[in-house]
Design a protein around this ligand. Structure first.
Ligand code: SF4
Length: 382
């Protein structure tokens, strides 16, 4: 008989499951706490549940984590796990410790169909959406592993960023219950401000998320104009920048933070010139949107054909935005000795969409934008 994996349920879903077993809804809250707060997977351990319920659960349910294929720990404390999600697919999650927080970067899909040029995951193509349970299992495993590993009783993970493999808003129905479990005080109790969904700009789903489960939002912008963004983030051809920024403004009416974070991956000679900074400033002003910029040093991989912007140019770009009044940070790269830095998550994906093949063809016949290394002589940059 197939049993239900209880990691698939948010509290509402678990209450409905308990009702089907003929149990009162409050039993779901007890069960939810055992699973998520205490990391229990053995129903026999759950001693404050009636024996009759434990017996029913033993035959109808399970709490099943994802098998860990590999675990790598960086010298800076970053830990990356590769999880087996079956059928030859594997996804990655990364824990990034900092003085005042512990952040888990979580995957939402095996691969990704968006196909951003600078992203390892995008180059692998797309296999399938993860289920709610597979998204939650990354947090469930990491939190309870880390408590033991770091010998801590209190919560280790304070922040979750949906910035691993996949476009979370293209897996909306699985994402929302997973977010609800992260936020639930009977589970992880994370603040809405500390759970971030990162999107490449699925405009209709930004509106739905604002209505259904608003959390902090990061948008992968990466270009200041449509011609360039069409090439770097192909979803832009469907939802161009102006539409995306208007959706961000609507989202802010619901968001727990009063700004959107714009992620901007710095690509040598592609999007890192003073003109690009000026265009970004103009864009933000013309849409009058409250935002912060996070500049990300690109982590090169051979298939991309792209290079990291030199650090002086990144700093000059940051300065140009800051001097125009835009709050701008430059992301520290973490875990790059274990390929856990931003854009390096690659997992293992059986590409069912031939996206990887199409991307390889695109590299051969560049269309809209000429990508070329910038001249290395600009004195202010070096
Ligand atoms: S950056 Fe995000 S949306 Fe773009 S290909 Fe990578 S995982 Fe997909």
């Amino acid at each position: 008989m197939t049993t239900a994996n209880l990691l698939e349920f948010d509290l509402e879903g678990l209450a409905a499951f308990c009702e089907k077993l003929g149990e009162k809804r409050f039993r779901a809250t007890q069960l939810f706490r055992w699973i998520h707060q205490r990391g229990a997977s053995d129903f026999a351990q759950m001693t404050d549940l009636a024996k009759s319920l434990r017996e029913k659960l033993a035959t109808t349910a399970r709490v099943e984590a994802l098998p860990v294929i590999t675990q790598h720990e960086s010298k800076d404390g970053t830990i990356k796990w590769l999880f087996d999600v079956g059928d030859g697919n594997a996804v990655e999650a990364v824990f990034i410790p900092e003085d005042d927080r512990g952040t888990l970067c979580v995957s939402s899909q095996a691969g990704c169909a968006v196909g951003c040029r600078f992203c390892s995951t995008g180059h692998q193509g797309f296999s399938r959406n993860l289920s709610t349970g597979e998204i939650v299992a990354q947090l469930w495993f990491a939190e309870h592993f880390l408590r033991k590993h770091l010998k801590r009783d209190d919560r280790v993970i304070s922040n979750v960023v949906m910035m691993g493999m996949g476009e979370p808003l293209q897996n909306y129905t699985a994402l929302v219950p997973a977010l609800r479990t992260m936020l639930d005080d009977n589970a992880y109790g994370l603040s809405r401000r500390r759970v971030t969904v990162s999107t490449s700009g699925v405009v209709p789903m930004i509106d739905r998320l604002g209505a259904d489960c608003p959390v902090a939002m990061a948008v992968s912008l990466h270009a200041p104009n449509d011609a360039l963004r069409d090439d770097l983030v192909p979803l832009n051809r469907k939802y161009p920048i102006a539409e995306l920024l208007e959706a961000c403004k609507r989202y802010l009416a619901h968001a727990p933070r009063d700004f959107i974070t714009f992620e901007y991956c710095m690509l040598d000679g592609v999007n890192d010139q003073p003109e690009h900074a000026r265009q970004l400033v103009g864009l933000v002003r013309s849409h009058n949107i409250s935002c912060k910029f996070n500049l990300i040093p690109f982590n090169p991989f051979p298939a991309s054909g792209l290079l990291r912007s030199p650090q002086p140019r990144v700093l000059a770009f940051a300065r140009a935005l800051s001097e125009a009044g835009l709050v701008t940070t430059v992301r520290k790269t973490r875990g790059d000795d274990i390929d856990a830095a931003c854009g390096q998550l690659a997992g293992d994906v059986k590409d069912r969409t031939r996206a990887a093949e199409r991307m390889a063809q695109r590299r051969v016949s560049e269309r809209t934008v000429v990508l070329h290394p910038v001249r290395k002589t600009a004195p202010q940059e070096h």
